[in-house]
Design a protein around this ligand. Structure first.
Ligand code: CP
Ligand code: NVA
Length: 299
């Protein structure tokens, strides 16, 4: 079988791969800004993008990114395919591998992603599962690099749900040896191991954001958890990112949110609508980071 590289979790890239992708993403962004003729390293290839959950950023940034790399994106809503009628993911993997040069999947269980990767002979990319969102963190790291000029030597804080995005941040910080403090209410801890001295879990949001250079949050109820919204809103009271909370952070603290966001719930509107909002660059960087990722994985 042809050897292939996947991105199921950031561990698949390792520190070296993450840094290569993030730096290349920035180079691709600058090329695009300068209006240079874009290189088309995936000319003549095709990439399947399969969605079992809703998406705006991931879907559009991957579709445009694949196009800009010279390849053809095949975007599939899983419900409209035989997957939606119960065809096993293993069989889908085998069939799609005969047509396309990479498969990008957004799904629920991590086991589904793992089964796809195991049976596909082309690279598989995790475009969000219940357990992780590695592509988001590549774009987030690029955004930090742009604004702070470095990744190391900064204090990172996560405030809110220990969800898929938090899990991928834990992986990134463990791999890159970054200092991360997570403030998460009891019962909402991340599922990834935090067996790293530079990664701490606390309950008090103020403790997490004290002196922080980068503060990250996300919605309190992720896709598939809508029925728990009221219970979660009660559990997360006091975990909203506000100027008052961040008054103890570094003076030039930046706030990241993968979006979509709920203004006034997990995040104050100023971090979305204010002149220094980083979240729009963060969203844009999905395009550049995923182009760099595809270049890195697809041969
Ligand atoms: N951040 C993110 O993954 O957004 P979408 O759900 O719109 O793809
Ligand atoms: N944690 C969120 C991220 C959305 C991009 C969710 O899974 O719904």
């Amino acid at each position: 079988m042809k050897s292939k590289r996947d991105l199921l979790t950031l561990n698949d890239l390792g520190a070296e791969g993450i840094l290569a992708v993030v730096h290349r993403a920035e180079a691709l962004k600058q090329e695009r800004i300068r209006g240079e003729k874009l290189s088309r390293p995936l000319e003549g290839k095709s990439v399947a993008l399969i969605f079992e959950k809703p998406s705006t950023r991931t879907r559009v940034s991957f579709e445009v990114g694949v196009f800009e790399l010279g390849a053809h994106p095949v975007v599939l809503n899983a419900r409209d395919t035989q997957m939606g009628r119960g065809e096993p993911i293993e069989d889908t993997a085998r069939v799609l591998s005969r047509y396309v040069h990479a498969i990008v999947l957004r799904t629920f269980a991590d086991a589904t992603m793992e089964a796809l990767a195991k049976h596909a002979t082309v690279p598989v990319i995790n475009a969000l599962t219940d357990g992780g969102h590695p592509c988001q963190i590549l774009a987030d790291l690029q955004t930090v690099l742009q604004r702070k000029g470095k990744l190391s030597g900064l204090k990172y804080a996560w405030v809110g749900d220990g969800n898929n995005v938090a899990n991928s941040w834990i992986e990134a910080c463990a791999l890159l040896d970054l200092e991360l403090t997570l403030a998460v209410p009891e019962g909402y801890e991340p599922s990834r191991p935090m067996d790293n001295v530079r990664i701490k879990l606390v309950r008090d949001p103020q403790q997490a954001v004290r002196d922080a250079d980068v503060v990250i949050t996300d919605v309190w109820a992720s896709m598939g958890q809508e029925a728990e919204s009221a219970k979660r809103a009660a559990a997360f009271a006091g975990y909203c990112i506000t100027p008052e909370l961040l008054s103890v952070s570094a003076p030039d603290v930046m706030v990241l949110h993968c979006l979509p966001a709920h203004r006034g719930e997990e995040i104050h509107e100023i971090y979305l609508d204010g002149p220094d909002a980083a979240v729009w660059d963060e969203a844009e960087n999905r395009l550049h980071a995923q182009k760099a990722l595809l270049e890195y994985l697809v041969r």
